[in-house]
Design a protein around this ligand. Structure first.
Ligand SMILES: NC(=O)c1ccc[n+]([C@@H]2O[C@H](COP(=O)([O-])OP(=O)(O)OC[C@H]3O[C@@H](n4cnc5c(N)ncnc54)[C@H](OP(=O)(O)O)[C@@H]3O)[C@@H](O)[C@H]2O)c1
Length: 284
């Protein structure tokens, strides 16, 4: 008798399913596979050029609505227009991640789309100093730690109530191989990027009970204004790349697919990982 009742909903479900033609079901499954982030909302800091822009573009191509941001309005306008030309779902706003008011404005802008946020990707990072670590002023320490380390945590705390109600949310931080191989004269920056590896682990533990995953992208030298800029071109790493690496610098797009994967349901059992995209990594 009990078995009979158990089978009723199964039959009913089967009937409902059968009412959709097989070809349509297969098409919609294939469409979902191609757009694994459909109906999701992604907030991405530092995303009007370079690595952040490539990530925004890929997440949008994979179905997400992306909210891009950076400090300068003209950069936001240009990036939004470029992605819209591709037919992608995008909005943008100015957000200097070190400013609480800007962060709140970014949160408000993101909520305008569908009242919640699924993914936070913290790309914005700075390095205003090339020189001695111990010679760095308190102001320099504050600026680098504020933007690179504190801002992802503070922005996440502002977004958390809107992420935890969604289910399947995730966060991606952006560190650097400079965390593993300290680049001479970039001591404060190296330290900030090493701190992000730890922040990733701590947040992963803290947010696991809420079902929110936290991972960290760790790029090598990527061809961007920042990566190849005079200030930050690390002399050490190109030499290592020649010996061990894939014999080229990375492109921003090399960092995009892994972030899309980490946001996707395929990564549902991956959290607390620091994942290197550098053509080679000395880390075991
Ligand atoms: N390129 C590399 O070789 C490399 C390697 C390892 C790690 N990384 C990390 O990757 C991240 C992105 O670097 P990238 O190479 O893509 O740099 P990029 O091409 O210079 O782009 C930086 C982006 O961040 C924005 N930005 C800068 N400061 C910001 C702030 N305080 N608040 C909000 N947005 C800000 C910039 O726009 P606005 O000027 O309009 O603000 C721009 O959109 C950084 O965290 C960096 O440490 C880069």
């Amino acid at each position: 008798m009990a078995a009979m009742f158990r089978s009723v909903p199964q039959i009913f479900r089967g009937h409902q399913f059968a009412s959709v033609p097989l070809s349509a079901r297969m098409f919609s499954k294939r469409a979902d596979e191609k757009r694994p982030l459909a109906d999701k909302v992604a907030v991405i800091t530092g995303s009007t050029k370079g690595i952040g822009f490539a990530i925004a573009q890929r997440l949008a191509q994979n179905g997400a609505h992306v909210v891009i941001s950076s400090r300068k309005q003209q950069n936001v306008d240009r990036a939004v227009a470029t992605l819209k030309e591709e037919g992608l779902s995008v909005t943008g706003t100015v957000c200097h991640v070190g400013k609480a008011k800007d962060r709140q404005h970014l949160v408000d802008t993101a909520l305008e789309h569908s009242g919640g946020v699924d993914f936070l990707v913290c790309v914005a990072g700075v390095n205003p100093l090339v020189g001695s670590t111990l010679g760095a002023s308190e102001q320099i320490w504050d600026k680098i730690l504020d933007v690179n380390v504190k801002s992802p945590a503070l922005l996440l705390s502002q977004l958390l109530p809107h992420m935890e109600k969604r289910g399947g949310s995730c966060v991606v931080l952006v560190s650097s191989v400079a965390a593993y191989i300290p680049v001479p004269k970039l001591g404060v920056y190296n330290t900030s990027k090493a701190a992000l590896l730890g922040l990733c682990k701590s947040l992963a533990i803290e947010l696991a009970p809420k079902g929110i995953r936290v991972n960290c992208l760790v790029p090598g030298i990527i061809k961007t204004d920042f990566g190849l800029g005079e200030k930050t071109v690390p002399n050490l790493l190109p030499e290592l790349n020649k010996i061990y690496g894939l014999q080229r610098f990375g492109e921003p797009e090399d960092c995009a697919g892994i972030v899309s994967f980490l946001c996707s349901p395929d990564a549902r059992y991956i959290t607390g990982e620091n994942i290197i995209v550098a053509g080679f990594s000395p880390k075991l």
